[in-house]
Design a protein around this ligand. Structure first.
Ligand SMILES: [Zn+2]
Length: 236
């Protein structure tokens, strides 16, 4: 586990350690933000136990690689109201995803297998959160676009944003990392509404974060992340 900031831990796992699960200390236990892939369930459970025990899981959104461990941990699962239907669905591929938009054929062919392999199946949602709600010292921010109910967590005191797939540091269309310091709006293939996804990246930029913990790859750090994020919102 890596320490991201005061009271915040990151567990990276599965494919090239690219799947991120965050733990936020909350009293005598932790809140888990995002749930990674099914293959990570034992490591996630052990990590949560080491930090005092899992109080609840909050899904950044309901995609297969973000809900994978959620059915296996025995903790109540929360998400934004606009992602409840997808979280509770058996489908590993959200109805709005259009894999035919992926430009590289082998990547296009492998994704249905990957998504089914990563998925832990339908998740029973115990309750919902909305923009402005407080969670373990963070404020919920709605970043719709990549998924309708995509949410992030924002902590003003140290300008830390945990944002799930609001922004990518990987090239998902080619399954490789982006060059160091670069970020991008997630590929339109995955988007519920790509124009809104860009708008959400601008919303994140306007917060002027110092650290952005994403759903995949290392957290983004720097003094000028606003510019990096605004530049990303202009691409695709
Ligand atoms: Zn996603």
């Amino acid at each position: 586990m890596e320490r991201v900031a005061e009271g915040v831990w990151l567990l990276r796992g599965d494919l090239r350690r690219s799947m991120n699960v965050y733990f936020i200390e909350d009293g005598d236990g932790v809140v888990q933000f995002d749930a990674g892939t099914k293959a990570m369930r034992r490591k996630v459970r052990a990590a949560a136990d080491q930090l005092g025990g899992l109080k609840r899981i909050l899904l950044g959104h309901a995609h297969a690689d973000h809900r994978g461990t959620a059915p296996y941990l025995g903790a109540p699962v929360y998400c934004h109201a606009d992602d409840v239907a997808d979280a509770e669905s058996d489908a590993s591929i959200a109805p709005y995803m259009d894999l035919s938009q992926l430009p590289v054929a082998p990547v296009r062919w492998i994704y249905p297998f990957l998504l089914r392999h990563w998925d832990g199946g339908a998740v029973k949602i115990a309750g919902t959160v909305a923009e402005g709600d407080e969670v373990a010292g963070f404020r919920v921010v709605h970043f719709p676009g990549h998924a309708p109910g995509l949410i992030g967590l924002w902590r003003e005191s140290d300008r830390l944003a945990l944002v799930s797939d609001t922004i990518y540091l990987v090239d998902s269309a080619r399954l490789k990392p982006l060059p160091e310091g670069e970020a991008s709006v997630p590929h339109p293939t995955w988007a519920w509404d790509h124009a809104q996804a860009k708008q959400s990246v601008r919303k994140l930029a306007a917060l002027e974060p110092k650290v952005v913990g994403t759903g995949h790859a290392e957290p983004l750090r720097g003094e000028n992340l606003r510019e990096t994020l605004e530049r990303a919102a202009e691409k695709y």
